[in-house]
Design a protein around this ligand. Structure first.
Ligand SMILES: [Zn+2]
Length: 540
């Protein structure tokens, strides 16, 4: 009897012990503490506690269930890239890399190495005739010499032009009788024959013949891209042109807990990509994926003289650039998408494109839609205050300035050079500038973006005084551009972009405090940890 009572008491005790263990593990999320770190926004603290993917407290010597030693690393809110191309970046890792090539001959020798005479398309990207000794467009003949009977298809660095060989022209049925499409240009020789270079909408004549990227290819490219982006310290990206299949792949990865970066998707301006969402409204239920933006192309790019300018190109006096999408159509779509609860992001590079897009947004009157202009590279002085006044967000890429500064004066001429990449002028009007890389056009390393923003120099320190140095950002502005301003431009400022209790636990941990070092040293700072949703997704 006594023994029986003892047993009952023992069972009760065990029950209490197990209940406590069970309740702590199920009812209360485990607390992860990131310790031994420097937090520039909280100088007195050295640790951050998180639970359930969110920051719970910031303080000195905090303790928790899981302790992660950040080894004196400097903790910033997770870095975001407000404009890049996710699948294209992943794909760029798998095709011929022509970035930094110095001549057409160097490229044809690269093509010669992979030529096998099969029907497989040889695809590459990254050529830029502005970087060559002889600055002129290449032609199909030079590719024909090394690959006469195999298709060769090479993207220019900015994705706004392609260079192909004669084999591609015959596959696509293109000859001197093929007309230039609206918003596109087929470069031709003196007798009207295509030279092998196609600009902006003319690329569509060829694109449709390029073998499809399968869903499996895309999935692999996304996984490889995300791994690399995490290595650069990125915890969130804005994908500037997402198709519906990519949305599905991202959702599958989220369901399998495999996506380690937050994606703000800007849907392509194709009805098959946006129609489903337009009917059911924005998809913002999961903080790893938000679908509430549609991206529209207005003009081309400066490098290929497709950007729409108010006055002709200084180095091409008959050319004012290309309108890729009809203005009336854009107006209709802005109204349609805004009414359905979607933000509209319009690609505008030249001052004419920027002005017309601002006119369209002004006419639409949807000031709370947080509509964006992507790139906003060349802005007429009269239009500078209109971004803030109209609630339109200029989404810019600092490294575009430092890549283009070697030749942009030839395109614009001296008189309007002040219009180029006017960051500080825009900021002074009250505007914010979310920052991005446009990868794979530029390397998506946010430290390179910050360096370009605060110096307007290349990584070798040229030019010594900074290019149009009055337009530089301060380090605080450059950091805001890839944290809080990038969060605002995706409607996420209430939970992303700051180190603050209640905010999501996304952090970029660096080897040094960027505010205290010589800006020239910024590109050589290391990313020690990338933390997404309270979990380490990259460790150096
Ligand atoms: Zn882009």
């Amino acid at each position: 009897m006594v023994n029986q009572m003892k047993n009952v008491a023992l069972v009760k005790q065990l029950y209490i012990v197990f209940s406590v263990i069970f309740m702590t593990s199920c009812d209360q999320p485990k607390v992860t503490v990131f310790s031994n770190c420097v937090i520039p926004s909280f100088p007195a603290a050295n640790s951050i506690a998180c639970a359930d993917g969110k920051i719970t407290s910031i303080g000195e010597d905090l303790t928790g269930d899981i302790m992660i030693n950040l080894e004196k690393g400097v903790v910033y809110p997770g870095f975001m890239d407000a404009h890049l191309h996710l699948v294209w970046y992943g794909k760029a890792m798998e095709i011929l890399d022509l970035v930094g090539t110095k001549s057409a001959a160097e490229i044809t020798s690269i093509v010669a190495q992979v030529y096998d005479g099969s029907e497989r398309w040889i695809i590459g990207r990254g050529w830029d005739q502005n970087d060559w000794e002889i600055i002129q467009y290449p032609n199909k003949e030079s590719l024909d010499k090394v690959a006469v009977d195999q298709p060769v298809y090479l993207h220019r660095i900015d994705g706004h032009a392609i260079w192909v060989n004669s084999n591609v022209l015959s596959i696509c049925g293109i000859d001197r009788n093929t007309a230039d499409p609206i918003g596109g240009k087929i470069l031709r020789d003196s007798s009207g024959n295509p030279t092998g270079v196609f600009i902006d909408n003319a690329m569509d004549l060829i694109k449709k013949f390029v073998p499809d990227n399968s869903k499996n290819d895309k999935r692999r490219q996304i996984i490889n891209a995300v791994r690399k982006l995490n290595q650069f310290g990125l915890t969130a990206i804005h994908d500037a042109g997402t198709d519906i299949e990519t949305v599905h792949i991202l959702k599958e990865l989220i369901a399998q807990e495999q996506l380690t970066i937050r994606v703000n998707a800007m849907l392509n301006n194709n009805s098959e990509d946006y129609q489903e969402f337009l009917t059911k409204g924005p998809d913002i239920t999961d903080k790893f994926l938000s679908v509430r933006t549609v991206k529209i192309y207005f003009d081309g790019a400066m490098g290929s003289r497709g950007a729409a300018l108010l006055e002709p190109y200084a180095d091409d006096p008959k050319n004012i650039g290309l309108n890729l999408t009809d203005e009336r159509k854009i107006t209709e779509k802005v109204n349609q998408f805004n009414a359905a609860g979607f933000q509209v992001a319009i690609h505008c590079i030249g001052d004419r494109a920027n002005r017309l897009a601002l006119d369209i947004f002004e006419e639409s009157g949807n000031q709370n839609a947080r509509n964006r202009i992507e790139h906003a590279q060349i802005i007429h002085s009269d239009d500078l205050p209109r971004y803030f006044d109209l609630g339109v967000i200029p989404s810019m890429q600092a490294t575009h300035c430092t890549s283009d500064m070697y030749w942009i004066d030839e395109r614009l001429g001296d008189e309007r050079l002040h219009e180029a990449y006017p960051w500080q002028s825009l900021l002074q009007t009250g505007s914010i500038i979310p920052g991005g890389s446009d990868a794979p056009v530029e390397i998506p390393n946010p430290l390179l973006g910050i360096h370009a923003a605060v110096t307007r120099q290349d990584t070798s320190g040229w030019p010594a005084e900074g290019w149009q140095a009055n337009e530089r950002m301060t380090i605080d502005q450059a950091l805001a551009s890839i944290t809080s301003w990038a969060a605002y431009s995706m409607f996420a400022e209430s939970y992303l972009g700051k180190i603050k209790p209640g905010y999501i636990a996304d952090f970029t941990v660096l080897s040094q405090d960027l505010s205290t070092i010589d800006p020239a040293q910024i590109p050589s700072v290391n990313v020690h940890f990338t933390i997404v949703n309270g979990k380490v997704v990259y460790r150096r």
